[in-house]
Design a binder for this molecule. Structure first.
Ligand SMILES: C[S@@+](CC[C@H](N)C(=O)[O-])C[C@H]1O[C@@H](n2cnc3c(N)ncnc32)[C@H](O)[C@@H]1O
Length: 236
């Protein structure tokens, strides 16, 4: 079972029933636009994506989401959200007092975008904040699965959705790992900022239900197409 809605998640989330979601796994805007110098144009290769996106210009304020996320999440639920260095403190400030535990994971990108101008670190790590309360779902069999560090390449080849291309499409390897350790088969996974639907694809592939929101029509259409396709492969 999967349901996708196009529109502003701030409004749409009001339609979700209280305590109806087992895992919020999402990737909201990062508010990185003010720090971006834009895509990098080089004469000898195609333009390098520098994650400058129109949707990232509208400020994402973690404190505005804590109440609604808590309302829709079951008492046994988990919340995992990709974020960036500039928002980590704001997530902590708003969410730590409202949940029993606040931790984070690091996704190390094994093939980060190169820094052609040799100006500092590669952007090879992404942060994921992780939140839960006592009695939450945990699903792992060995400590090896529980390092708060995971390595995976950024989406390439067949996994990368080409039309439209989403600048921050997340890899299934990372999403499926989180879904497996933080939910059970048949659970409902919710992504209010689903882009081209990667969380939905990972949910279907791991035998979970999915609810997704996306504001931009082109990404919404792509998410629908991707999820329909994967449902044929994993009819569950
Ligand atoms: C970081 S991207 C998510 C990418 C996604 N993880 C993927 O793999 O495709 C954030 C997405 O949230 C969408 N978005 C931003 N603000 C939104 C809002 N208020 N309501 C719904 N979607 C929104 C953007 O259009 C963008 O596609």
């Amino acid at each position: 079972m999967w349901k996708l809605y196009r529109g502003d998640s701030f409004q749409l989330i009001g339609q979700l029933a209280a305590e109806s979601v087992d895992l919020i796994l999402t990737d909201p805007p990062y508010n990185l636009s003010p720090y971006s110098t834009g895509n990098i144009r080089l004469p000898w290769r195609k333009e390098i994506n520098n994650d400058l996106a129109e949707w990232d210009r509208r400020e994402f304020v973690p404190a505005e989401w804590v109440g609604t996320f808590k309302r829709v999440l079951k008492k046994t639920g988990n919340l995992f959200a990709f974020t960036s260095y500039n928002l980590l403190g704001k997530w902590h400030e708003a969410f730590d007092p409202e949940f029993d535990t606040f931790q984070f994971m690091v996704w190390h990108k094994t093939n980060p975008v190169p820094k052609v101008r040799r100006a500092g670190f590669l952007n090879s790590c992404e942060l994921i904040v992780c939140l839960w309360n006592k009695g939450h779902t945990w699903n792992f069999s060995s400590q090896k699965e529980m390092h708060n560090f995971i390595e995976a390449p950024i989406c390439m080849g067949g996994e990368r959705w080409k039309d439209p291309r989403h600048p921050t499409q997340k890899p299934l390897r990372v999403l499926e790992h989180v879904i497996r350790i933080a939910s059970n088969p048949g659970d409902t996974i919710f992504d209010p900022f689903m882009g081209v639907g990667s969380t939905g694809v990972a949910a279907v592939r791991t035998g979970r239900r999915f609810i997704g929101f996306e504001a931009e029509e082109k990404y919404f259409q792509a998410a629908q197409e991707r999820i329909k396709k994967v449902v044929l492969e994993f009819p569950g």
